[in-house]
Design a protein. Sequence first.
Length: 543
Amino acid sequence: MPIKIVPTVAQSDQKPGTSGLRKKVPVFQQPHYVENFIQAIFDSIPDRNGSTLVIGGDGRFLNRDVVQIAIKMAAANGFRRLLVGRGGLLSTPAASCVIRKHKAVGGIVLSASHNPGGPNGDFGIKFNTANGGPAPESFTAAIYERTRTLTEYRIAEVPDLNLDQLGVISIDDMIVEVIDPVADYAQLISELVDFGAISRLFASGFRMRFDAMSAVTGPYATAILEGMLGAPGGTVVNATPLEDFGGHHPDPNPVHAKELFDLMHGPGAPDFGAASDGDGDRNMIVVPGLFVTPSDSLAILAAHAHLAPGYSGGLAGVARSMPTSRALDRVAASLGVSSFETPTGWKFFGTLLDAGLITLCGEESAGTGSSHVREKDGLWAVLLWLNILAVAGKRADDVVREHWASFGRDYYTRHDYEEVDAEAARRVMEGLRNRLAELPGRCVGDLTVQAADEFRYVDPVDGSVTEQQGIRITFEEDARVVYRLSGTGTAGATLRVYIERYEAARDRHELETQHVLASVVRAARQLADIERLTGRSEPSVIT
Ligand code: VG1
Ligand code: CO
């Protein structure tokens, strides 16, 4: 096999963010841009010689091209065996599953998650390590360092492979196995949730809608819900992955999954509604008449997980990202297990999961997962919900209301200011940072600041320290505001403001969220001086 060593010029902008390298498609289309980043990944894997690598992505525009490049570069960089999803597809949780099951050294996952796709949309490349999880900070820092110095990359000069047919292809002494993207994943999930109970639930007339948002979960949800569990045909909608997601944001929230949201709030609502994102790691749960916030969904799953075979022995512990509401902590306290608070991004759950300190974890951004893989897993969350409903024999909306009655309700909203001028966003954060010491005791409207700090994470397992992970302000009235800058955006900066307030009183659990949170929202804007510094009087997206 001829191997070409191609001279290249190092890039200065290939710093991975919250979840890999994400940029606009035209950026990735620059000569050698993709190859540089992949070579930097390979150079950062010390034990790659003779190892197995997994490759797949969410099917968005560029996915097929980059899969071919990654295969040819892997052949020239010492890998022995590649596992590639048919059509170049692998959802993020399935990629994690395949890496673990086949003892791969890691995987290249191509996705920009919930961001729009197509020729002018976003693309992304992420590396997951041998535990199946996103590379930790130390690893992504090494990749970044390498991108700034490399001078050449290696690629095999072979024709494109046919990835649409299952089978084994040899490139010299490297073998490429084109695998069914669903099989290993479906097998794993069937060991965790009670497929018999869910099948009986569907047989009894239970109806749901799953919106795959024209993204990668379509084939998974169709195979499992309709194929294995007997849900009626048509339960999964927008089930065919499209390169541009049909022109939509494949972001499962009330704004971008509005059709599902409206259906669930109308007279003909089915018993349960769910959606997932571009790469299948996020989930939205909406029950008749009620949107379940991801923070509540996480807490509800933790409280009932023992009803599923995979968790019948109870939970070792739980974790949530810092901006996620404290609803999970209340459940952990009642179960008598520890609850950890990590920075935003799934990579921070890895050490806790590997050490067996936690079983379930999640983020406010529609991510829920467990120790079965090292990524968040949208379809798994939906199936665990169905398992709970089937075994408990309750309506989904009753499960939510009973949860609030037992634990109180954490009203929650996130206000995103997208594509803000990067310098203005930096000034918002800097301004808050400089005033942290003087805020406690200060009155803002009808609220009083109790504490203000900047989140700094010391990993309890490996001791690594991550600074500046969000500014948090708590109020004496049991409310909290968190500010942080997104690490996944591809244009300007995105300021995220996370707002919550706890209500213990049972007669205050059915109020309108934005109404309950109005004074906290006002305080959040005022304290950070958002309008003056960014020129924005309203956020671009409220979820
Ligand atoms: C966002 C979310 C974060 C999530 C990340 C990746 O990051 O806030 O919770 O882990 O996206 O999700 P940021 O830095 O933009 O706030 V996904 O579905 O892209 O893999
Ligand atoms: Co995602």
